[in-house]
Design a binder for this molecule. Structure first.
Ligand code: NAD
Length: 501
């Protein structure tokens, strides 16, 4: 297939109506990886029309749950068949390591299987006790309709799957618009869905920019639901565009996630090693380009110096390079823009008084072999930070860890919750009661105790505050894509005689 024919509309792969194309770059060296179609508003209109026809007149919404589950399970099987090819594509496109990309494919497979099982297990409806033998009352779920699904560049396949799998499980049709920076794995996913037997038009793909292609999809009157994952600035625009026609809206936005480490977690050598190791993973996996990255370390003051020294020593040893190369532990940032943004935040933090413990620059000749032309930045630890600093308040989305300290539980909780976001956070403590107490007080959608980053398809994912609205995964992740209908049946119809005449 010609990669520039990357729009999938009503089962047909084609270029953009106006012929526009976009180059997709390899972030490890800046070279061109592929060219894809650059969709415009006319393509968006056509994709919505295709999804609309597939919803209003096509077989998918009326396919019984077992039939929908079968297509999801087949997609899962095909994802595993093509695991290496997909992981390789995702690694080259995003810069993440091949090992992480393989985990993404496995997690995506698990999400398809989970939603297949969930939709199959559910009862046909909930019968209500209406308080009368003459009434049969039942609550049923139906698909919402045509869904616009907009995804970011850091987990392109994973974020797409968290939307596509429940949307299809519930019987909807969709138009997916991946990030213009990393569209390649979404193209592979759409091909697999067709191979798995998804009817034409039930799944459509637009490669193209946020504005105008995504903006048109968010505002389109033919769309019933918009599910968006990305930054706060675009998310609020999407929500405003969707509001004009009262679409259902789900927003998965950013985070500024605290990792709270108590001194008691560091009392033994094993505990110390574990807490430092997780702090490193929390901040630097995928070069910190993770919505739930633990970029804010809150460590009890009495262990700060020892903890930060060890953390910085290990951060200096992280091996940077092309994600597909053996032995590489961290890839580049996704774009020149993301690299510049990271540099701006670090420079600002240093001006505001942060103390640099490691990193703080692009790799040089002494930092090991790194491909030239790539958007690499060294893992960076900034000590002596405080809550007024921009780097502490705003999402960096780069390999930057800030360090703050606390003395009491109340202080730790106050610091951890002092963010407009509320996506995720962690607490490390050897005292189970304390760890659970803290977890209960954190205003974040996911809280890890003595761990960082794992998630389960059965458990809801999403944020408090400005981290978004709605949830992905879990039963609530399916509910997002459903309308609820109450059917009240009078079994002994008779005049109501509300009006005398
Ligand atoms: P972004 O907001 O720049 O782009 C996200 C998507 O929105 C892209 O597909 C983009 O083309 C599209 N878009 C941009 N402007 C639009 C508009 N006006 N109308 C419609 N669509 C538009 O975000 P990004 O830089 O790709 O991703 C990074 C952000 O995503 C971070 O803030 C990160 O925290 C967030 N994120 C959140 C989660 C989560 O689960 N909460 C997961 C991953 C990423």
């Amino acid at each position: 297939m010609d990669a520039a024919a990357s729009l999938c509309i009503a089962g047909r792969w084609r270029p953009a109506a106006g012929g526009a194309r976009r180059r997709v770059h390899d972030p490890a060296d800046g070279t061109v990886l592929a060219e894809v179609a650059e969709a415009g508003p006319a393509d968006a209109d056509e994709a919505v029309a295709a999804a609309r026809r597939a919803f209003d007149d096509g077989p998918w919404p009326a396919t019984p749950p077992a039939g929908r589950a079968a297509v999801l399970r087949e997609t899962a099987a095909l994802l595993q068949r093509d695991r290496e090819q997909i992981a390789h594509t995702e690694s080259r496109d995003t810069g993440k390591t091949l090992a992480e990309a393989r985990i993404d494919v496995d997690d995506v497979t698990a999400a398809f299987r989970y939603f297949a099982a969930l939709v199959e297990q559910e009862a046909a409806g909930r019968v209500i006790d209406a308080g009368s033998a003459d009434v049969h009352s039942v609550v049923v779920h139906e698909p919402v309709g045509v869904c616009t699904l907009i995804t970011p560049w850091n987990y392109p396949l994973l974020q797409a799957a968290w939307k596509v799998a429940p949307a299809l499980a519930a019987g909807n049709t969709f138009v997916l618009k991946p990030s213009e920076l990393t569209p390649l794995s979404s193209i592979l996913l759409l091909r697999l869905l067709a191979e798995a037997g998804l009817p034409e038009g039930a799944g459509n793909l637009l490669t193209g920019p946020g504005d105008p292609a995504g903006a048109r999809l968010a505002a389109h009157p033919g769309v019933d639901l918009v599910s968006f994952t990305g930054g706060q600035a675009s998310g609020t625009k999407v929500a405003a565009a969707a509001a004009a026609t009262v679409k259902k809206t789900a927003l998965e936005l950013g985070g500024k996630n605290p990792n709270v480490v108590f001194a008691d977690a560091c009392a033994t050598p094993e505990g110390f090693d574990t807490a430092v190791d997780h702090a490193l993973n929390a901040a630097f996996v995928h070069s910190g380009q993770v919505c739930s990255a633990g970029g804010r370390l809150l460590v009890e003051e009495s262990v700060r110096d020892r903890f930060v020294a060890e953390l910085a020593a290990r951060a200096r040893r992280i091996r940077l390079g092309r994600g597909t190369d053996p032995g590489v532990e961290c890839g580049p940032l996704v774009s020149a823009g993301q690299l510049a943004r990271t540099e701006t935040y670090v420079a600002g933090a240093l001006e505001e008084g942060a103390v640099l413990r490691c990193g703080g620059r692009r790799p040089g000749p002494d930092d090991g072999p790194v491909p030239s032309g790539g958007w690499f930045y060294l893992p960076t630890v900034l000590d002596h930070c405080h809550r007024a600093m921009r780097v502490v308040r705003e999402e960096v989305f780069g390999p930057v860890l800030t360090v703050e300290t606390f003395r009491t539980e109340d202080e730790a909780v106050a610091l951890a919750n002092d963010t407009e976001y509320g996506l995720a956070g962690a607490v490390f403590s050897a005292d189970t009661a304390r760890a659970r107490r803290i977890a209960g007080r954190l205003r974040h959608g996911t809280v890890w105790i003595n761990d960082y980053h794992p998630y389960l398809p059965q458990a809801e994912w999403g944020g408090f505050g400005r981290s978004g609205t709605g949830r992905e995964l879990g039963p609530a992740g399916l509910a997002e894509y459903r309308e609820t209908k109450h059917i009240y049946e009078n079994l002994r119809p008779a005049p109501a005689r509300w009006f005398a005449g």
